[in-house]
Design a protein around this ligand. Structure first.
Ligand code: ATP
Ligand code: MG
Length: 238
């Protein structure tokens, strides 16, 4: 598994919508590169993420991972290839440890703690009376939005996918934690195809190092968006 991502004339409209959320987008993301997808609210960024995760299928065109159409990949293979850290991660109504390990049953306790440290959430978990056995969700411990994101990030680190999709992954964090997590994400992004979704490039530029290309997404209603997601090729050395 290398992790090249290719969008080939992809179009998609949500059910019941006449306007396409994604309109004829063609884009090649080489394996191991880091691309930021930037655009205003409603421009289709999260929808693009859903298409990559195959929560929806494209209406036209194709998405390929390492040259293979997503529709020809089994869901098990797809979930091994792509890790998603979103604004509203789903956590199981189970212990912290179970939430982290269900994606990777072979992971040892040490693996789990190492992943939680990279995600900047270990200290918080360790300080809870029941530590990693703390129950999450209904009737259990309520984690904040930022804590949930970091738990989801730890889970993704354990799974170790070649392609990482971060949808506003640091939006729920305060500045200090965001900086710490950005460093963790930088370490994680190394040697891995990383697609970061954000409203503004500047929020990442402040904390991110390394070379990253940015890609602008305009609104679907804008006629210019027929060629919306064209790489602007703005590679920035850190
Ligand atoms: N389930 C849905 N059904 C119908 N329309 C939808 C659905 N989800 C999103 N849309 C519409 O598709 C368009 C793109 O939405 P999307 O969530 O991808 O935007 P976004 O770029 O991620 O925005 P934000 O920056 O606010 O997260 C919007 O016009 C939105 O209203
Ligand atoms: Mg979104």
């Amino acid at each position: 598994m290398r992790g090249a991502v290719q969008l080939d004339h992809v179009s998609f409209a949500h059910a019941g919508q006449s306007l396409r959320a994604i309109d004829d987008v063609t884009l090649t993301i080489p394996a191991g590169s880091h691309v930021a997808i930037v655009g205003p609210t409603g421009s289709g960024k999260t929808t693009l993420g859903y298409l990559l995760a195959r929560l929806y299928d494209v209406d036209a065109g194709a998405i390929r991972f390492d040259g293979v159409d997503l529709r020809d990949l089994g869901f098990a293979t797809l979930s091994q290839m792509l890790g998603v850290v979103s604004q509203e991660p789903d956590l199981l109504n189970a212990s912290v440890a179970e939430n982290l390990r269900f994606v990777c049953p072979k992971a040892t306790g040490a693996d789990m703690i190492a992943a939680a440290k990279v995600a900047q959430i270990h200290d918080h978990i360790a300080a809870l009376p029941e530590g990693y056995d703390t129950l999450v969700g209904e009737g259990g411990f309520r984690f904040s939005g930022g804590e949930k994101q970091r738990l989801a990030l730890a889970r993704t680190i354990l799974r170790d996918p070649p392609i990482l999709l971060l949808d506003e992954a640091t939006s729920a964090l305060d500045t200090r934690t965001e900086r710490a997590m950005s460093q963790a994400l930088d370490a994680l992004a190394k040697g891995r195809t990383t697609i970061t979704i954000a409203h503004r490039l500047s929020t990442m530029a402040a904390t991110r190092s390394g070379v990253m290309s940015s890609l602008s997404f305009t609104r679907a209603s804008d006629p210019l968006s027929r060629r919306a997601a064209r790489g602007r090729g703005r590679a920035r050395p850190g």
